[in-house]
Ligand binder design. Structure first.
Ligand SMILES: NC(=O)c1ccc[n+]([C@@H]2O[C@H](COP(=O)([O-])OP(=O)(O)OC[C@H]3O[C@@H](n4cnc5c(N)ncnc54)[C@H](OP(=O)(O)O)[C@@H]3O)[C@@H](O)[C@H]2O)c1
Length: 257
């Protein structure tokens, strides 16, 4: 089951899972896009595909999801759905920030709690949580987003340990900049410091890393960059470096209040 599978990385997770012969359940809000993805996966890989139209910012998500999943064994859960709008903190309404918190963090918690328990009882399964490089350092114009991604990372790493002993693999995957509709919607300007990855490579790295480690930063260049910043630069300097890079790519934001 892959959340946020109507486009971007979620759609690619679904394709790469189907390529391995897995039946898939695609969750998102856009019914037309979900149907298009489902039809194309069925045609290309011959697996069964179900879709669930569910707004993951809502409190009662299990009521929409479990009628479809109760009779099925969910072997792999990819908590991928995410909302990312790069802009200063006060340019969002509080309601938008709370919705983002629910989609990016709460929904993954609810689903991991529900399906992770069943996986542990069966002594097999896997859960991937989509984190981000922004989980590593405060990231300007992504305050709430970065907070949700740090939550995903630590939830995943901890469950990697706790559920690992029951045969359930868990991965916190820190995707870097990846060419998706969500990435494009923020209208980034090219940067010589940021290598934008293609979605196939990013997703393939995540699936390959599941079961091998608690977390992974996508892409060699990103791994090197974060290693350098973590070891060689003070935290305040790193946050300023990230902030200047965000200013160049997404700004300038003159009036932040
Ligand atoms: N692309 C990057 O550079 C990058 C970098 C680091 C981390 N990530 C993370 O990777 C994940 C995928 O990113 P992406 O770039 O592929 O995003 P995207 O292109 O914007 O796609 C987001 C997906 O989430 C779904 N979604 C959003 N709000 C939802 C809601 N309320 N209920 C259900 N589904 C919802 C969308 O479906 P509907 O609109 O149909 O609901 C869509 O399928 C996210 O968690 C993101 O934070 C991305």
């Amino acid at each position: 089951m892959i959340t946020g599978a109507s486009r971007g990385m979620g759609a690619e997770f679904a394709r790469q899972c189907a390529e391995r012969g897995l039946n898939t359940i695609l969750v998102a809000t856009n019914a037309d896009l979900l149907k298009t993805q489902a039809d194309s996966i069925k045609k290309d890989y011959g697996v069964e595909v179900k879709t669930i139209i569910c707004d993951l910012s809502r409190e009662d998500i299990l009521q929409e999801i479990t009628p479809v999943t109760d009779s099925l064994e969910i072997g792999l859960l990819v908590n991928n759905a995410g909302v990312s709008k790069v802009r200063p903190f006060f340019h969002h309404t509080l309601d938008q920030l709370l919705k983002q918190l629910h989609v990016n963090a709460r929904a993954g918690l609810v689903l991991a709690y529900h399906f992770g328990r069943k996986m542990a009882e069966r002594s097999r399964g896997g859960i991937i949580f989509l984190s981000s490089g922004s989980a590593m350092f405060g990231t300007a114009y992504c305050a709430n987003y970065a907070g949700t991604k740090a939550y995903n990372l630590l939830l995943a790493e901890t469950l990697w340990y706790e559920l690992g002993r029951y045969g359930v693999d868990v991965l916190g995957f820190m995707a870097g900049s990846t060419k998706t509709p969500g990435w494009d919607a923020n209208e980034p300007k090219p940067s010589r410091f940021v290598k934008v990855m293609d979605v196939k490579t990013t997703v393939a790295e995540a699936l390959k890393a599941l079961g091998k480690r608690p977390s992974l930063i996508a892409g060699k260049a990103n791994r090197l960059g974060y290693f350098f910043m973590g070891k060689m630069v003070s935290r305040s300097r790193a946050i300023r470096m990230v902030g200047r890079s965000m200013d160049k790519m997404f700004g300038p934001f003159d009036n932040v209040v």
